[in-house]
Ligand binder design. Structure first.
Ligand SMILES: Nc1nc2c(c(=O)[nH]1)N[C@H]1C(S)=C(S)[C@@H](COP(=O)(O)OP(=O)(O)OC[C@H]3O[C@@H](n4cnc5c(=O)[nH]c(N)nc54)[C@H](O)[C@@H]3O)O[C@H]1N2
Ligand SMILES: Nc1nc2c(c(=O)[nH]1)N[C@H]1C(S)=C(S)[C@@H](COP(=O)(O)OP(=O)(O)OC[C@H]3O[C@@H](n4cnc5c(=O)[nH]c(N)nc54)[C@H](O)[C@@H]3O)O[C@H]1N2
Ligand code: SF4
Ligand SMILES: [Mo]
Length: 731
């Protein structure tokens, strides 16, 4: 093959956020090298991509900036204190299979927990991970990072409208007449979705943005509700109070399609705009304006994100948002409804695949005997009908559960970094150190891998095939661009090999075979064959029928028929409660943790892309109001120590008018300025999602800045060493 005829163009889906942008790579197959890329026309992205789409693939070159790729399996042969040693796959698989078997025999199936991945692996691997937990280990203890993300959206939406996903599609956003954007910063999180909000504005849409910071959406909004952090429920209840109190609700829709109106009114009737104003710091006029405007259109859309879900009242806020849409008849037609815009490239998909403790693939309940029987027939083994535990409860089931028979003894982590992304990291480290068997399956060395008894190297996005689900329920293909380097295997294949070694043979020739097994077991997805996804580019579920006439579903709840058992929506909310840990004399500021536009979650991937690293690097920043900076005599770029009850880290001071005095903000991407050393593990009681958006902290000035800079440099060098970067990495 000469290098010209070895050049190919391969289309795939971006590996970062749930916007699902389509990218076309030009690859020299003989050289195994990416030559070029361009965003191309996709259902959601219209030929555009953000900076992570354009520059976020450099990690495939393994430049070893922050960490390095894992290229061979490793195990600790002589117990926890022994070093990780490279071995062949057979030995690694036998080691892991033995350990899991031993735990199952000694402590029972529920001593095992698996975390699936919402990132590179794709839906087929997600299906295999939950099948492994359920059919091989015999437990529903299977979860993934949706727990620490949009689990509150899934729980709150399912309780009210029956379906946890976005009711509308990304393209519909631009045709909304009113957008109520609450706790969602699209410009940083989903830049290509933010385009649709800008386009809506250009088409005359009224935008109301509820966020304690001045975000880009707040800047273009007709009204910015700069509420005090942690007061969402007071605001949403007051909106409902005005809509009902002023008789602005859609009586016909409420009567025909919902229930629970009386109980709902009983809760919200006391939330007058004046009362909510006192809690939120907003004006009663602005609250009234928002309610009236939102209720004035049949094309009102609510977009929300982590600013409502990452609170201990996350589920309650979601229920109230769904109720606002029901009260105003904003479901079941074009350009209306609810938009919990899912974060990671495949977090919608990993939920779809049943990597959740209470549902099989396609949101089929593990406690329904008929469903259980169906999966028992398909998989040929008895299955548990007991819902599993959520991954945020690991500390509870490891450190705080006194009975060893009820503890978690094995944790199989396939593409998640709890030692960086979970709250209260000291507690997480203690838990990981205590668990008998920790198996980490990843593409990079991450913080969690330091606690692993076995490390299993997987192929990355770009090195395997599969399907991702975009935020708006769209199945889209990912394709192999490069041949993987090293002794690595696709995630699904690693898990199948462990299953086979444990006496439950799992063999598939390719991802399409896995997909075909899945769609036949999940009626909502049955029509979405590889062939149809290939032909249409994107198939939005539900798609019931394999024939070409069923093209999938743009918006849910058509005709006001909800996905609940009786088809009726349920109006629900609760009284407002403040966050778990409030400002106090020792820790006088509130800390909220958000996102960095050019970097992504635990940053193993974006932190190893040269262009993105050049844009922003360790130890991150803390956004503070000019008043708070002045009080501490801090200037821009100065290294500070930020401390909470749980820990302390170094970061740089960023004075900004965009935040209010008393509230500071960090992005959670940094390994040195790791804000999860500070965050609190208070959980929403229903979804078990952590309160990442609120805890108390203080900021300490460091007079000796030369020392502080040297200390940060020392910590960076230490991280690189622990991530096995010896020499040759890009410093
Ligand atoms: N303080 C604070 N903390 C937060 C948040 C916050 O707002 N504030 N947000 C939370 C949210 S919403 C989320 S979703 C989580 C995200 O937290 P995580 O899920 O832990 O982070 P990710 O960076 O998405 O990726 C996790 C791991 O997947 C690995 N990986 C990538 N591709 C593959 C693959 O193909 N195969 C395998 N096996 N591994 C792969 C990466 O190398 C990385 O180690 O963080 C949460 N943490
Ligand atoms: N560049 C980049 N993009 C990403 C990610 C990334 O790491 N980097 N992560 C992806 C993931 S996993 C997810 S889940 C999404 C998340 O995307 P978003 O949901 O946009 O997440 P955040 O930026 O954490 O929070 C959104 C907003 O909530 C606001 N907020 C904080 N407290 C409150 C409050 O009390 N009330 C209200 N109303 N708002 C509040 C914050 O100021 C912030 O502007 O992004 C995805 N996209
Ligand atoms: S908006 Fe999301 S999917 Fe699109 S290019 Fe950026 S990170 Fe990738
Ligand atoms: Mo997320």
């Amino acid at each position: 093959m000469t290098s010209t005829d070895s050049v190919q163009e391969i289309q795939t889906t971006c590996c970062y956020c749930g916007a699902g942008c389509q990218l076309l790579f030009t690859v020299d197959k003989a050289e195994n090298k990416i030559l070029d890329l361009h965003p191309v026309e996709g259902r959601t992205n219209e030929g555009t991509a953000c900076l992570k789409g354009w520059y976020g693939w450099d990690y495939l070159n393994d430049p070893q900036i922050l960490t390095r790729r894992i290229r061979e399996p490793m195990i600790r042969k002589g117990g926890k204190a022994s070093p990780l040693e490279p071995v062949g796959w057979d030995e690694a698989i036998a080691f892991v299979a033995d350990k899991f078997q031993e735990i199952k025999k000694r402590w029972g199936p529920d001593a095992f927990l698996a975390a699936a991945s919402a990132r590179g692996p794709g839906n087929e691997a997600g299906y295999i991970t939950q099948k492994f937990a359920r059919a091989v280990m015999g437990t529903n203890n299977i979860d993934h990072c949706a727990r620490i993300c949009h689990a509150a959206s899934v729980a709150g939406s399912r309780q009210t409208i029956g379906e946890g996903a976005m009711s509308l599609s990304i393209p519909e956003i631009e045709d909304a007449e009113v957008i109520f954007n609450i706790g969602y910063n699209a410009a940083a999180s989903h830049p290509i979705v933010a385009r649709r909000i800008v386009k809506a504005k250009e088409k005359g849409c009224c935008i109301i943005c509820a966020d304690p910071r001045i975000t880009e959406t707040a800047r273009i909004a007709d009204l910015h509700l700069q509420l005090k952090g942690g007061t969402n429920v007071a605001l949403t209840n007051a909106l409902a109070q005005v809509i009902i109190g002023e008789d602005l609700y859609d009586k016909d829709f409420v009567q025909k399609h919902t229930k629970g109106f009386k109980e709902f009114w009983e809760v919200v009737k006391d939330y007058t705009p004046e009362r909510a104003a006192a809690i939120t710091g907003l004006s009663p006029q602005d609250i009234r304006f928002t309610a009236r405007k939102y209720a004035s259109s049949k094309h009102s859309v609510i977009l929300w994100g982590m600013g409502i879900t990452q609170f201990s009242q996350g589920v309650e806020t979601v229920k109230c948002c769904c109720s606002l849409a029901m009260l105003t008849g904003n479901f079941g037609h074009y350009a209306c409804g609810t938009g919990p815009v899912r974060g990671q490239n495949n977090v919608q998909g990993t939920c779809d695949m049943g990597d959740l403790p209470d549902v099989y693939p396609g949101y089929q309940s593990v406690t329904d005997p008929e469903i259980q029987a169906k999966f028992e027939r398909a998989w040929g083994v008895p299955l548990s009908n007991k819902a599993g535990i959520q991954l945020t409860r690991v500390p509870e089931f490891v450190l705080h559960e006194p009975d060893p028979a009820k503890q978690i003894h094995a944790y199989y982590i396939t593409g998640e970094d709890p030692a960086q992304s979970d709250p209260d990291l000291e507690e997480i480290r203690e838990s990981l150190a205590r668990i008998d068997v920790v198996v980490v399956q990843d593409i990079f060395w991450n913080k969690t891998a330091q606690y692993a008894d076995a490390v299993l190297p997987a192929t990355a996005w770009g090195e395997h095939d599969g399907v991702y689900t975009s935020s708006d329920r769209g199945f889209q293909r990912i394709r192999k661009i490069l041949e993987p380097v090293g002794n690595v295997l696709p995630d699904w294949e690693i898990t199948c090999r462990i299953a086979t070694a444990m006496g439950y043979p799992m063999h598939y020739p390719n991802t399409e075979a896995i997909w075909n097994e899945l769609i036949d077991l999940a009626p909502k997805f049955t029509g979405a064959t590889y062939e149809k996804i290939q032909r249409q580019g994107s198939v939005q579920w539900p798609c019931w029928d394999k024939g070409p006439q069923d093209r999938g579903t743009m918006f849910l709840h058509a005709g006001g028929i909800f996905a609940t058992p009786d088809g009726l929506g349920v109006l629900k909310t609760s009284p407002y409660q403040p966050p778990a840990e409030l400002e106090n004399p020792e820790f006088p500021l509130s800390l909220c943790t958000v996102r960095e536009v050019g970097h992504y979650s635990v940053r193993t991937m974006s932190g190893n892309c040269r262009t993105l690293r050049n844009l922003e690097d360790e130890p991150g920043w803390v956004e503070m109001s000019p008043e708070d900076c002045a009080a501490l005599e801090l200037t821009e770029g100065e290294i500070v120590k930020i401390r909470s009850k749980r820990g302390a880290v170094y970061t740089r001071c960023m004075p900004t008018e965009r935040v209010k005095p008393g509230a500071v903000y960090m992005t959670y991407q940094w390994w040195i300025g790791a804000c999860n050393e500070l965050t609190i593990s208070a959980l929403d009681p229903a979804s078990r999602t952590p309160e990442y958006k609120y805890c108390a902290c203080r900021i300490e000035k460091i007079p000796d800045q030369a020392w502080a800079k040297a200390e940060v440099a020392r910590q960076y060098a230490d991280i690189r060493k622990r991530m096995h970067i010896a020499q040759g990495g890009v410093a």
